[in-house]
Design a protein around this ligand. Structure first.
Ligand SMILES: [Zn+2]
Length: 170
């Protein structure tokens, strides 16, 4: 019996997650897959935070792909898989251009997050997982213009997964 390599395991997980996104939200499985890079916590923080910030599980940068904290255990933790799924939703959102017509950058970001969390929570429900991620805890950035604060997130809080990180670059 052959043991799948980490790359093979990751690509079959991506197929599974893109299919889940298709079933839940209707996005076709993309032809172009994002690069997936595993980084340690310090490298994650160095990429996203100017000052101190909490542990970041994952984030997506358009054109560069998904960055994942190497501590996430996709094999054994459905929450970890849901965090990757959330970032993959951002990838298909980007490819589809579905949100491009929203003029306000802030509203566009918020709409994408709402959808990503919704898909993530439906995935968790379908996986029999009780845990949900609250959209309410998204940083309130639209109220005060474009001030983006990287939330100091609790462990495993995907509020820190943001796309938030990608916002200033867009
Ligand atoms: Zn997000």
């Amino acid at each position: 019996m052959e043991i799948p390599t980490p790359a093979e395991k990751l690509s079959s997980l991506l197929v599974e997650l893109f299919l889940a996104i298709k079933l839940i939200a209707g996005y076709p499985v993309p032809q172009q897959w994002p690069a997936i890079q595993l980084l340690d916590s310090n490298a994650m923080r160095a990429m996203l935070c100017q000052g101190p910030c909490g542990d970041i599980p994952a984030f997506y940068l358009p054109g560069r792909g998904v960055f994942v904290n190497a501590r996430l255990d996709f094999d054994n933790d459905v929450s970890a898989r849901s965090i990757l799924l959330h970032e993959l939703v951002h990838h298909v959102q980007e490819l589809s251009g579905k949100f491009d017509r929203i003029a306000s950058q802030c509203d566009r970001w918020y709409s994408k997050e709402l959808e990503a969390y919704s898909v993530q929570n439906q995935f968790l429900r379908q996986s029999g997982e009780k845990r949900r991620y609250l959209v309410d805890s998204l940083p309130q950035m639209c109220a005060d213009g474009m001030t983006m604060r990287t939330p100091s997130a609790a462990r495993d809080d995907p509020v820190a997964t943001p796309s938030a990180g990608s916002l200033p670059a867009r």
